[in-house]
Design a protein around this ligand. Structure first.
Ligand code: NAI
Length: 329
């Protein structure tokens, strides 16, 4: 029998966690032949909610669910023991009147502990996807405290932005979203991110040839994607959850399967200096995977407009990094 994969989810009882677990358990992400053991991790006061979720997971009778283990965030080394994947979703959401820098300072220590515990207890080949915001900088903090885990195994989530961008291009072009490919998200998962229409394709043609309203591409398109999270909060009264869970699962699926030619995966990874992005920063790039290893796709066209957008978002990431300098060993 295939050895089960151990998949840890922090913030498992939160909105995104709840929308993630059932699809992880169902066989959809790792395949119908791959058993999965879920490690559900929550704050001590949310353990009761985990009991309820455990009951619901049992009640789905998923053939691929080989076990459910529940943990308190008080004991992360136990929680991360031998795990193959960690989805870091649990964190404190941004409150009213809170500045981004306040949030970084509040969530930073969570990710210090997360990195140390992953380093101590997880599989040596563990892959980590950070969703909790500010996800790029949280990922940098956790990775910095896990020196024994390869740098290539750390990701922060920009897939929701990629999916949002693809949908906006499809709507504007009046084409199905499956016709839109190769949409990269550069930089930070924040309002400075650069959703790259320049290299995007619609039905295999450059998006900027199919959509001739270039003013729309340069302004409305970019700001709609950048502000989409805020628009969902304004309309729904709560932040994106099902779409964020879907994006986290899309990220994992894309990394464990070969990337089709002519398409890219958007995720934030440690910069190696590609495209002039300062080394040592967790930045969104276009990636491709062979199902095991990934690489940054080279040769994307970066003109003066794109350069200025990429530089702006990288400058924000540098400022975030400087804000947490004392948390980086
Ligand atoms: P939520 O508040 O519904 O759930 C968060 C859960 O995390 C709660 O159940 C809480 O008890 C738990 N938690 C808090 N601190 C924890 C810790 N130290 N260890 C384990 N669990 C902990 O929030 P939601 O909507 O699920 O969002 C989670 C995070 O995802 C937020 O930081 C949000 O900003 C971020 N997010 C990221 C997106 C992205 O594209 N990267 C998109 C949408 C949300």
């Amino acid at each position: 029998m295939t050895k089960p994969l151990r998949v840890a989810v922090t913030g498992a009882a939160g909105q995104i966690g709840y929308a993630t677990l059932f699809r992880l358990a169902s066989g959809e992400i790792f395949g119908a032949q791959q058993p999965v053991i879920l490690h559900l991790i929550e704050l001590p006061q949310a353990q009761g909610a985990l009991d309820g979720i455990h009951m619901e997971l049992d009640d789905c009778a998923f053939a691929t669910l080989a076990g459910v283990e529940k943990f308190s965030s008080d004991n992360l080394e136990l929680a991360f023991k031998d795990v193959d994947w960690v989805l870091c979703i649990g964190s404190i959401p941004r409150g009213k009147g809170m500045e981004r820098s306040d949030l970084i300072r509040i969530n930073g220590p969570i990710f210090t502990n997360t990195g140390k515990a992953i380093n101590a207890a997880a599989s040596r080949d563990v892959k980590v996807l950070v969703v909790g915001n500010p996800c790029n900088t949280n990922c940098l903090i956790a990775m910095s405290h896990a020196p024994d885990i390869p740098r290539a195994n750390w990701f922060a989530m920009t897939r929701l932005d990629q999916n949002r961008a693809a949908s906006q291009l499809a709507i504007k072009a009046q084409r199905p979203v499956a016709a839109v490919q190769n949409v990269a998200i550069w930089g930070n998962h924040s309002a400075t991110q650069y959703p790259d229409f320049m290299n995007a394709k619609i039905d295999g043609q450059p998006a900027s040839q199919v959509i001739t309203d270039h003013e729309w591409l340069k302004s409305t398109f970019i700001s709609t994607v950048q502000q989409r999270g805020a628009a969902v909060i304004a309309a729904r009264g709560a932040s994106s959850a099902a779409s964020a869970a879907n994006a986290a699962l899309d990220t994992v699926k894309s990394l464990v399967n070969p990337t089709p030619a002519g398409t890219c995966i958007s995720a934030a990874v440690l910069s190696d200096g590609s495209y002039g992005v300062e080394e040592g920063i967790i930045s969104g790039f276009p990636l491709s995977s062979d199902g095991k290893n990934w690489k940054i796709i080279q040769g994307f066209q970066v003109d003066e407009f794109s350069r200025s957008k990429i530089d702006a978002t990288i400058n924000e990431l540098k400022t975030e990094r400087d804000t947490v300098k004392d948390l980086l060993p």
